[in-house]
Design a protein around this ligand. Sequence first.
Ligand code: FAD
Length: 392
Amino acid sequence: MTHIAVVGASLAGLRAAETLRAEGFDGELTIIGAEPHPPYDRPPLSKDFLLGKIETADIALADNAARDALEARWLLGRAATSLRQGEVTVDDGETLTADGIVIATGARARRIPMGGELTGIHVLRTLDDAVSLRRELASAQQVVIVGAGFIGAEVASTAATLGKRVTIVEAAEQPFHRHLGPVAADLLRRTMSDHTVAIRTGRTVTEFGGAQRVSTVVLDDGTRLPTDLVLVGIGAIPNTEWLEGSGVHCDNGVLTDAWGRTNVAGVVAAGDVARFQRGDRQIRVEHWTAASGMAATVARALLAHLTSGAPCAPHVDPPYFWSDQFGHRIQMVGRIRADLPVDIVEGAIDDARFVAVQRRDDAVTAVLGWSMPREFTQWRRRNNDSLRAAAH
Ligand code: FAD
């Protein structure tokens, strides 16, 4: 009997397992997850979960019946520590021999290497992080957020909604430009200041002050920001350390082809941990839809390998993300280039409801939506082919 081990029990791991079964895989399936929780959805952690609107049960990615239907052996709260020639070793010493391996170990929050002795300094990647952040946020008055990425901006939005005084510290002079382009970046800055969120750009943190608990954030210009709580949102690091010595090529993620296949036969990777091939580049996309879509592709590619079946189609969806901030839904498909102009094709920026597109040679290469989800989807569907082509 064939045995497939899925390492990582979150979005990509679950979707890969579901696809394996949906495609008729009836062999043994083991799902190994370092967290004690069954698969849950991360996007609400910075939004409704942090706001206290929903609870743990509301963010399950699969209910008990759906998990049982997978007929898998679940090893939760157990981390894989190594991979050697089809053998996965788990942190309690158990070794599993598998014919196929799905690497879906995602990424972890990057931390600042200081302030380790102080309480009140948080990151947000896991449910446990969110529970602890939510508990402390309840009694905090002043919050400093380090990093104006999506997690930082969403937590700023949630904290401001809860009535906290929020300051974001960002090293770049122009936050959000890289992801959103100048038009939406400027609007986001204005929106933040309308919600009394202060942004200190071009500044880095040099020190966290306080006795036991953090009470000050010191910036590189000497400014001291008083605070009750700090959230560090400075990106994520792919979880590849357990693959050392496995022979699987890694470089800021697991390197794969467009099907998610690594250089080792029978080993595939999907989700935030994977750096897959797009045209002549290797890209790592840390977005929900990419993790889910890629996982389905790699599961099919793995089955094709194990059964010597026909190859499936490669993963070609252009990157898509959404973010909910300050009552707005921001959506983007493709990549906006900050150095190229955009056309507003629906709504108006001043109304904070618009769709903008970027074109190259008349073909739409990126679509950005701001609180116009229906129109955004129409533009996305209508330009699916050119968006796909531009992603390569
Ligand atoms: P992960 O979700 O990181 O899961 C990997 C799992 O593998 C983890 O449970 C980890 O513990 C486990 N693991 C790690 N190492 C091992 C090991 N050695 N052995 C066993 N298990 C291991 N995306 C959007 O598009 N829109 C959003 O609005 C959005 N909001 C987000 C908000 C937050 C707070 C966060 C954290 C992410 C958000 N994302 C959003 C990103 C999205 O959630 C990720 O792209 C998605 O979770 C990636 O799924 P994954 O399964 O690849 O990795």
